[in-house]
Design a protein. Structure first.
Length: 291
């Protein structure tokens, strides 16, 4: 496809506006629509064509990008528009199941579909060195045809034909991030009322978490092989014993352990099942059990 492929963008929140500006700066003819029309007006001065309705915006171009509030918004905005022959790229945050449903919905209306999970915040868009990227899944043909255009705002990472995989990768990584934030919050609570410089501690915390992140690869290897003992340095028996010290310290410091205890409880269950020489990879299997 031509580098300067024209496209339509539906949704001009902070992320949508950042996306719009990168495409305009790169010379792509861009038609935009937003439910609150005033948000679109500044982009007109930068070369965007403002559509009065979503249907008008969809009719303007073959490539349609949606960056809306939620999946329900995608349905309500696109209902009544003619998607036949269109290429629909949905960058709206969603779940894997809803992405798959939306893919079927789009295909029933004659459109190719690609779902995207944005691994960036608005200031990272249009900044190649920021490390941001978008997970894409769904129609490989659509991605192949429009890769150059989709790569303008940030990096492109294709994760498969299953339309739910982009959202799944997005949510899985965000879930890991949430767990990290929980651990950081507990750590700061432990030292909050002590004569310890928070900025100095922050550097130690950052370095420690960076080092420990390397264990993600070992966990993957163990899960794939089924050998949960290989490469274990701190076994489950040691870690569960160590948890008692973490909990006692929290008590001494007047800190609630509620961010830690769910994971610790799973480790204790795993140990009770007879896995003292294993690492903690078996916790994954416990999470998948429904008994």
């Amino acid at each position: 496809m031509d580098e300067k492929t024209p496209l339509t963008l539906l949704g001009l929140g902070d992320m949508g506006t950042a996306l719009a500006r990168t495409w305009l700066a790169a010379g792509h003819p861009l038609t935009v629509w937003n439910r609150t029309a005033a948000r679109a007006e500044p982009l007109a001065a930068e070369g965007a064509r403002i559509a009065a309705t979503a249907a008008e915006a969809v009719a303007a171009n073959a490539l349609i990008v949606a960056c809306l509030l939620d999946d329900a918004s995608v349905g309500s905005v696109l209902d009544g528009t003619d998607l036949s022959g269109k290429d629909l790229v949905n960058l709206t945050t969603t779940t894997p199941g809803r992405a798959r449903d939306r893919a079927r919905w789009a295909q029933e209306r004659g459109a190719r579909f690609l779902d995207g999970g944005i691994m960036a915040v608005p200031p990272m868009i249009g900044v190649p060195e920021s490390g941001g990227h978008i997970f894409y899944s769904g129609s490989r043909g659509l991605l192949d045809d429009h890769r150059a255009t989709l790569a303008v705002p940030t990096g492109v990472t294709y994760v498969g034909e299953d339309a739910g995989f982009a959202a799944l990768h997005d949510v899985a990584l965000l879930s890991a991030m949430t767990g990290m934030f929980a651990g950081m919050s507990h750590a700061y609570a432990l030292i909050r009322n002590e004569d310890i410089a928070l900025k100095d501690f922050a550097l130690l915390l950052q370095g420690w978490l960076t080092t420990m992140a390397g264990s993600a690869v070992q966990t993957a290897v163990q899960l794939e092989s089924g050998d949960y003992k290989s490469g274990v340095v701190s076994n489950l028996a040691m870690m569960v014993e160590g948890n008692a010290t973490l909990l006692r310290t929290a008590e001494e410091q007047g800190v609630s352990p509620e961010l830690l205890t769910p994971y610790m409880d799973l480790m204790s269950r795993l140990l009770a099942d007879g896995s003292p020489d294993e690492g903690a990879a078996g916790v994954v299997d416990l999470l998948l059990r429904h008994d």
